[in-house]
Design a protein around this ligand. Structure first.
Ligand code: DP6
Length: 331
């Protein structure tokens, strides 16, 4: 029995992907830009079985001691992705599998657990098929998993997902390695509850927001500016653009039909407290994905100050500190 073990990080988007132009091919309306997170990752171990009918998934969640056999939703998605991979390589899988997946962070809480899982699975399945893919093509395969942001977990450090016009031109590449800039992402865990509406449903309804068109116009400017701010390491401009994009995406979410409110009252308190912290001279900026937890972006030199401030807030249950890291790898 052959074993393949892959580790892949979650990522936090500075400029976000919201809305799918093509829901089958998972083509986004806009480019997005993210950082891989060193302490939020998934390890997938794929055990290959000769018997094609063996198809099992075991999950060990954040802070759990044992693997639990998945009987539902997650296994269905894995089987679907296996079919996608078969089409990608143009042949049927001649193997069965037992997959063991473990997460270093709470899943479905706005920390892109599906991105780390599916990017890891994309590489594991590629190897199980006996294939080798360039980083570009692996990112395309990861995108086709349905969790589009998975494509950004494949390259190292800071990833740029070019929206592209077709499946072959929509992929992520590394804009800079992890060592380029010592940004930190402190994930403030405010709740460990799973989000109620999966991103996939939300993406489809994004164009029903009257603000969606405006977002797409404005995002072109933001993408241009953030790239410049990033390459010049202009943290003040960078941080403001990160917050601007977060608010723009959540404005679309809250005004699409049906509306999506991922924020809780705690989320809002933390937004206000981040602004207060900044007024006290500590440069920290917030961003929020499809969940109520908040990501605080700062430079490494300010990490302790940011940590000490937030760990003492009543809304914060726990903090996961992250540095930029490499992408999907065999371990
Ligand atoms: C809000 O469809 O990639 O995080 O499958 O839930 O991981 P999951 O999400 P996906 O959409 C992610 C959207 C986002 C913004 C972003 O990461 O760009």
């Amino acid at each position: 029995m052959k074993k393949i073990k892959v580790k892949s990080p979650a990522n936090i988007a500075f400029i976000k992907y919201w809305g799918q132009k093509d829901k089958k091919l998972i083509l986004p309306y806009n480019d997005s830009f993210s950082m891989n997170l060193s302490n939020c990752y998934t390890i997938v171990e794929l055990n290959i079985h000769e018997d094609k009918f063996v198809q099992e998934l075991y999950i060990k969640d954040y802070q759990q001691k044992e693997y639990v056999k998945d009987k539902g939703e997650a296994l269905v998605k894995v089987k679907k992705f296996l079919k996608t991979t078969e089409r990608f390589f143009g042949r049927k899988a001649d193997f069965g599998f037992k997959i063991y997946s473990q997460n270093s962070f709470p899943k479905k809480a706005g920390i892109a657990s599906s991105a780390s899982f599916f990017s890891a699975l994309a590489l594991a399945l590629t190897l199980a098929f006996g294939e080798k893919l360039s980083q570009k093509n692996l990112s395309i395969l990861a995108r086709l998993s349905g969790s589009g942001s998975a494509c950004r977990s494949v390259p190292d450090g800071f990833s740029w997902w070019r929206r592209g016009e077709s499946s072959f031109t929509s992929y992520a590449f590394s804009l800079a390695p992890p060592s380029f800039w010592d940004l930190n992402d402190l994930v403030l865990i405010l709740s460990k509850q799973e989000k109620k509406v999966p991103s996939v449903e939300g993406h489809l309804n994004a164009p029903t927001s009257p603000f969606f068109k405006l977002r797409l116009i404005d995002i072109k400017r933001r993408l241009r500016l953030i790239k410049k701010a990033f390459l010049n390491k202009d943290f003040s401009l960078f941080g403001l653009l990160v917050e601007e994009d977060c608010l723009s995406m959540h404005m679309v979410m809250m005004t699409q039909k049906p509306p999506l409110f991922y924020w809780s009252s705690q989320t809002f308190e933390i937004i206000k407290k981040t602004v207060t912290l900044r007024k006290r001279g500590v440069e920290a900026y917030y961003t929020i994905d499809a969940g109520e937890n908040v990501h605080i972006i700062c430079q490494r030199k300010d990490k302790e100050k940011v940590y000490d401030y937030f760990i003492n807030q009543p809304e914060v249950l726990e903090i996961i500190t992250n540095e930029p890291t490499i992408g999907t790898r065999v371990i």
